[in-house]
Ligand binder design. Structure first.
Ligand code: CDP
Length: 240
């Protein structure tokens, strides 16, 4: 969907955030950020269902790129190799059944996104500025056509700084480790948290105006209900 005709020439000279701001009455974005195993995916998916919005998992794109880099036998720590791999790949993002889907050179890598080696490599890949700008663009493209619930690390702080609907989920390290172990995954979440929080580009931070929820002792439904209460207070219509 394009900008109104009167804005088109003007938009060429404006930064992205401002262009999105002009469009914010068209498509709404609920940003759900937080560290690994804080409950983002389950909460964001259920919230999207309740709102009738599309659910977008931004981490899945970083994971899909990591999978592609590994398939190409490139070391995730090799920044220039990663950049070259990006130049020659087609990353297609669309919405199927109200959820984001990613195709890498027309292959759906969903089954491999939580492989141990992807878990190990993804925080290297997500620290590469070129990778980040590709993924941020994909997120903003989604918002041109759909109302969204997006989960990630920088959705409220960097990708959609103008959205009034920002949430940051957290849980104690013990609870998060237990949740990941229950999923049967080998995932060094403490290391990933450290890498994600300390990187130079778009580190994991609590956006200034985000509403923080500790999910340690809450059910998924409990967290979703808290978010919905807050969204309603902010004037967002929630279908009953
Ligand atoms: O499921 P989990 O929270 O463990 O991770 P994820 O959402 O699948 O994200 C995997 C990795 O992608 C994170 O550890 C970050 O390194 C990166 N990521 C990011 O940098 N920015 C985002 N918006 C989303 C994910």
């Amino acid at each position: 969907m394009g900008l109104p005709a009167c804005f088109r020439g003007l938009a060429l000279h404006l930064p992205d955030t401002l262009i999105l701001d002009m469009r914010k009455d068209l498509h709404r974005v609920v940003a759900i950020d937080g560290p690994a195993a804080s409950g983002k995916s389950s909460v964001a998916r259920e919230l999207a269902r309740r709102l009738g919005f599309a659910y977008v998992n931004s981490g899945a794109i970083y994971r899909a790129i990591t999978w592609h880099v590994l398939q190409s036998a490139i070391d995730p720590g090799d920044t220039s190799g990663v950049g070259q791999a990006l130049e020659s790949v087609t990353i297609a993002c669309d919405i199927v059944n109200n959820e984001s889907r990613i195709l890498i050179d027309r292959i759906d890598p969903t089954d491999y996104l939580h492989d141990d080696r992807v878990n190990e490599g993804v925080s290297h890949i997500s620290g590469v500025p070129r990778v980040r700008s590709v993924v941020v663009q994909k997120m903003r493209d989604y918002a041109r056509s759909h109302n969204l619930v997006i989960e990630g690390r920088d959705i409220g702080s960097v990708v959609f700084p103008d959205t009034p609907y920002k949430f940051y989920l957290n849980a104690s390290p013990e609870v998060r480790l237990r949740r990941r172990a229950a999923q049967g995954q080998r995932d060094e979440i403490t290391m990933r948290d450290h890498a994600d929080s300390s990187r130079l580009v778009s580190p994991l931070v609590v956006a200034r105006d985000a509403h923080v929820i500790d999910t340690s002792l809450l059910t998924i439904e409990g967290v979703v209900n808290q978010i919905i209460d807050r969204l309603e207070q902010k004037g967002l219509h929630v279908p009953s």
